[in-house]
Write a protein that binds this ligand. Structure first.
Ligand SMILES: [Zn+2]
Length: 500
């Protein structure tokens, strides 16, 4: 069976509500996997992280069992992807029996190999972050996480440990040999410095509460359980055929705040299991509001559901990936969103479709003329491969820049050729050639932009009179002149109605 390009989002911690940062990761993963699909098989996974003390505490405060609590929250998280027109092949919850069973199997296997052993743990523990902190990291005796800074507790308990320290040399060597394994480079540097600073074994069990995957004498540390979702959802334990197709993952998208877990602990866990690390872990930037990272405690969180309602999901998808390079932090504001929506999408793209189809209707009864010689075909011959390369390299903005050159070229063709004047002057062949270019260019745009704006591009495709959806293999579709003569177009409503 064909290998599939496998893309993951982190599983989202279920306590609380989704914010625009979660939508950002979800959208990026979806665009990546849809673009990959234009070249071959791909597979995608998202889900929710549902164990741990924070969930247990929140459930208790709400007067619910943890299971009731997560069952009530899960649908909202599950609706995040469809709200933004994102489609994943699988959604895993860490309370799924398939996940629990596989985690227990991981524990048993690593216990047998000696990678997991029983030891005593003493240290400063932050309940909020579910993290042990070394004394040296504490700030004024409190949790060093700048968003937390809560009091820490001294814990001493018999725990299961993962022999993380044994993998330090191998990690350092791997980082050096695979500089592209962690991106952007700033995150690679930071993680390399962490590795060089030393690596302790990881306590992977907790005994002070019981909301987690059961281990002898306790429950599994929520991060150890959560990281395993990428292989428990893809059949490591129960579906070897699927697992062989997708693992190692092509790209694992994360926020940079969880880089240590995904680039140090996770590869070591995989090696312990005899598996390869993912090809790439990419830590995207933070979305800022008024220059600060958005977080629930700061109260500066955009509600993604409300934004999608106001601007439309495809406009948000476009905005988030066009606004800044993927690895950088950037600021979101409704004004910026409105500008992108009205100017890039409404004027550049939506008007191009509307004007082109209106002229075709006026001069040719809506029927696509026969293909003619065109300079655009030559000029944009490599556009498909450029876009594919940039997106798979996580350069979403740069891919959109390349696509927008075609948008600009088509708008310029209208301005320079003036189809209305060609009609008036009786230059029918020339008019046919221009109208054909416009329709063919729009067909290309629907194909190339489909991963970014699937609903709007499906509508473009329909107005162009084409069957099905633009989810196609680009190698078969992106030949200038492939649009058949006499295709009956069907102009419809404006794609991106103006928002004031
Ligand atoms: Zn903390």
């Amino acid at each position: 069976m064909d290998r599939a390009f496998f893309v993951t989002t982190p599983i989202y911690y279920i306590s609380g509500n989704p914010h625009i940062g979660h939508a950002y990761t979800t959208i990026a993963a979806d665009v990546l996997v849809r673009t990959a699909r234009a070249a071959g098989p791909a597979y995608s996974l998202t889900g929710t992280d549902e164990h741990g003390q924070k969930v247990a505490n929140a459930a208790a405060a709400a007067g619910k069992t943890p299971q009731q609590y997560v069952d009530e929250l899960a649908p909202r998280w599950r609706s995040l992807a469809p709200t933004f027109n994102a489609k994943f092949d699988d959604f895993i919850r860490t309370t799924d029996p398939r996940h629990v069973k596989a985690c227990v199997a991981v524990f048993e296997q690593l216990r047998a190999t000696g990678d997991i052993y029983l030891g005593t743990y003493e240290g400063w523990y932050c309940t909020n972050d579910e993290t042990f902190w070394p004394e040296s990291k504490l700030i004024d005796g409190r949790c060093p996480n700048p968003e937390c800074r809560r009091a820490v507790d001294w814990l001493s308990e018999e725990d299961w440990f993962f022999k993380l320290s044994a993998y330090r040399d191998r990690l350092i060597a791997y980082f050096k040999e695979h500089r592209g394994f962690v991106r952007p480079p700033a995150v690679w540097n930071e993680m390399m410095a962490t590795l060089e600073g030393g690596l302790d074994d990881l306590s992977i069990s907790r005994t002070s509460f019981d909301w987690g995957i059961p281990l002898p004498g306790g429950v599994m540390y929520v991060w150890f359980d959560a990281l395993l979702n990428y292989i428990t959802a893809t059949g490591w334990h129960d579906d070897p055929e699927l697992f062989a197709r997708v693992w190692p993952a092509g790209v694992q998208l994360i926020g940079k705040e969880i880089a240590r877990f995904h680039t140090i602990i996770w590869p070591a866990m995989l090696w312990a299991l005899g598996l390869e690390p993912p090809r790439l872990v990419y830590a995207h930037g933070w979305i800022l509001s008024d220059g600060q990272k958005m977080s629930k405690s700061l109260g500066n969180v955009f509600d993604p559901f409300a934004l999608a309602e106001t601007y439309g999901a495809d406009s948000i998808r476009y905005f988030l990936l066009r606004e800044a390079p993927f690895g950088s932090d950037f600021t979101v504001s409704e004004e910026k969103l409105r500008t992108r929506h009205n100017s890039d999408l409404g004027n550049d793209l939506g008007n191009l479709l509307r004007r082109s189809l209106a002229m075709l209707m006026r001069y040719r009864n809506g029927l696509v003329p026969p293909a003619a010689e065109s300079q655009l075909g030559e000029r944009f011959a490599d556009l498909g491969s450029t876009v594919l390369e940039r997106v798979t390299n996580l350069q979403f903005r740069e891919a959109l820049d390349a696509i927008w050159e075609l948008v600009t070229a088509l708008n310029r063709e209208i301005e320079e050729e003036k189809p209305w004047a060609l009609h008036k002057a009786g230059l029918g062949d020339r008019l046919d050639a221009v109208l054909y270019d416009l329709c063919e260019g729009l067909r290309w745009l629907a194909l190339l932009l489909y991963p970014f704006m699937p609903v709007k591009c499906a509508e473009m495709w329909r107005q162009l009179g084409l069957p099905g959806t633009p989810e196609r293999l680009w190698t078969e579709e992106l030949h200038w002149g492939a649009l058949a003569a006499n295709t009956q177009t069907d102009p419809g409503d404006a794609l991106f109605p103006r928002i004031e």
